[in-house]
Design a protein around this ligand. Structure first.
Ligand SMILES: *Cc1c(COP(=O)(O)O)cnc(C)c1O
Length: 410
C-alpha cells in the first residue's frame, strides 16, 4: 500500500514540475474508467458524476465509441479540409436533420465554436445590415470560453482580470431579466448584431433559462434583425433531457454551438446556423484539425448511440430521480439549502450564501467517499454524470451526498 501511495505522489510531483499550473487540481490521479465509474492509480473506485465536465456522454470505454475510434483510426484519421471528408458530411447531416440548423462548421472546442459564431454574427452585421461597429450582448454570469474573444463574451470579471485590453463590441445584460433586456436592445439600436446566451447557464451556477424571457429575446431579435446565438456547449447533446437545451425553452436560435458532449470526450466543436445567416465563404474561417475524419466518426457514433440506447429519455428520467433524491436530502439536512435546480442530467445543488460551507468542501468530502462532483461557482455543486448512468448509480450518489452533508453539518 505504501508503495502504491508513494507512486501516486511521485506522479503528482513529476506532473507539477513539468505542467503549467493553470488548474487547481484535486490530488487524484485517474487511470481508467468503465461506464459511470473511474479508478485511481491507487486502485480506488469512484462514481464519476463529472464525466469530464459534462463531456463523456457515453461514459468511459463504451463499446460503440471503442469501435468507432478503432475503425476510423485504421482507415483515415486526418487529411485537412483541402478535401471532402465523408465522416464530416455524415455528422453534419445528422446534426442538421436533428436540429433547427441548416449548415455546420466544425472546430475542436467550445471556445472555438463560439469564436466562429461571433465571427459569423459580425460578418452578417457588416454585410447584411451595413453595421460598421456591431455589438453583441451576452449575459452576466455567462461562460463562453477562454480565448480573448470568448473571455470578453463571458460576463464574469474573474475570467477577464489581468487580460485587458478585451475586445470592443460587447456588453452584458442580467440573465432572465426582461426589463434590462429591453433597455439594452434600445440602447444599441442600429448596432445590435446578436444576443448570445446559454439556454441554461452551466459554469455560472446551473441556472436554467426562463421560457418567457427567452421568448422575449427571440421576439426582440426578430424585431431588430439581430441574430440569436445559443451556446449549447454544456447543455446540448441530450444532457438536458432533450437533444438541445433550446427545446426546453420553446425558442429556436439562428446560430448555436456545441462541443463538450458532442464527441463523448474526443475533442470536437461545431457551430451550426440557419441558411439565412450562412454568410461565410471560402477563406472566411478555418481550422486545421476541425472536422477531421477521426473526430467526426466518433461524434457520429455518439449521436447514433443517443438514439439507439434511448439516452435522452434516460437523461430525463435519471435527472428527475437525481433531483428528487437531492431535494429529499436538502430537506433533511440542518443547512438551509437554497434549491436543487437544472434540467435532465445537469443539476445544481445551491448552498446558502450565509453558510461557511463552499461547493469545493462538498466536492472534497464526496471525493473521499468515492463520488466525483464539480463546483459551478463557490456556492453551487454540479452533478453531470454520463447519460448512460443507471438508477442504482444515482441512488448510490444521492446516498453519498446525504452522508457528506451529515458530516459537514456536524
Ligand atoms: C465549457 C464551455 C465552453 C468552453 O468550451 P472549451 O471546449 O473549454 O473551449 C463554452 N461555453 C460553455 C457554455 C461551456 O460550458
Amino acid at each position: 500500500m505504501t508503495a502504491v501511495l508513494a507512486a501516486a505522489s511521485r506522479d503528482i510531483e513529476q506532473f507539477d514540475q513539468y505542467v503549467m499550473g493553470t488548474y487547481a487540481r484535486f490530488p487524484l490521479v485517474l487511470e481508467r474508467g468503465l461506464g459511470s465509474r473511474v479508478w485511481s492509480n491507487e486502485g480506488k473506485e469512484y462514481l464519476d458524476f463529472v464525466a469530464g465536465i459534462a463531456t463523456c456522454t457515453l461514459g468511459h470505454a463504451h463499446p460503440r465509441m471503442v469501435q468507432a475510434v478503432t475503425e476510423q483510426i485504421q482507415k483515415l484519421h486526418h487529411v485537412s479540409n483541402l478535401y471532402y471528408l465523408a465522416p464530416q458530411g455524415d455528422l453534419a447531416q445528422w446534426l442538421v436533420e436533428n436540429s433547427c440548423a441548416d449548415k455546420v462548421f466544425f472546430c475542436n472546442s467550445g471556445a472555438e465554436a463560439n469564436e466562429a459564431a461571433l465571427k459569423l454574427a459580425r460578418k452578417y452585421a457588416h454585410t447584411v445590415h451595413g453595421i460598421s461597429e456591431p455589438v453583441v450582448l451576452t449575459a452576466m454570469a455567462s461562460f463562453h470560453g477562454r480565448t480573448i474573444a470568448t473571455i470578453t463574451a463571458t460576463g464574469q470579471p474573474k475570467y477577464q482580470k489581468d487580460f485587458s485590453p478585451l475586445l470592443g463590441g460587447f456588453d452584458y445584460i442580467p440573465y432572465n431579466d426582461p426589463e434590462a433586456l429591453v433597455a439594452a436592445v434600445g440602447q444599441y439600436q442600429g448596432r445590435l448584431a446578436a444576443i448570445m446566451l446559454e439556454p441554461l447557464q452551466g459554469e455560472g451556477g446551473v441556472r436554467p433559462g426562463d421560457r418567457a424571457y427567452f421568448q422575449k429575446v427571440r421576439e426582440l431579435c426578430d424585431q431588430h434583425g439581430a441574430l440569436l446565438i445559443f451556446d449549447e456547449v454544456q447543455v446540448g447533446m441530450g444532457r438536458s433531457g432533450k437533444l438541445w437545451g433550446y427545446e426546453n425553452l420553446g425558442v429556436q436560435p439562428d446560430i448555436f454551438t456545441s462541443a463538450k458532449g458532442l464527441g463523448g470526450g474526443i475533442p470536437i466543436g461545431a457551430m451550426l446556423c440557419r441558411k439565412n445567416c450562412d454568410v461565410f465563404g471560402p477563406g472566411d474561417h478555418a481550422s486545421t484539425f476541425g472536422g477531421n475524419p477521426f473526430a467526426c466518426a466518433v461524434a457520429l457514433a455518439v449521436c447514433q448511440t443517443l438514439v439507439t440506447e434511448n439516452l435522452i429519455a434516460n437523461a430525463r428520467e435519471r435527472g428527475q430521480q437525481l433531483r428528487d433524491g437531492l431535494r429529499v436530502i436538502a430537506e433533511q439536512v440542518p443547512l438551509e439549502i437554497e434549491e436543487v435546480r437544472g434540467w435532465g442530467l445537469i443539476q445544481g445543488l445551491v448552498l446558502p450564501e450565509s453558510s461557511s460551507i463552499q461547493s469545493r468542501d462538498v466536492v472534497k468530502a464526496a471525493m473521499d467517499r468515492g463520488l466525483l462532483l464539480v463546483p459551478a461557482g463557490p456556492k453551487v455543486v454540479r452533478f453531470v454524470p454520463p447519460l448512460v448512468v443507471t438508477a442504482t448509480e444515482i441512488e448510490r450518489a444521492v446516498a453519498i451526498v446525504g452522508d457528506v452533508f451529515t458530516e459537514l453539518c456536524r
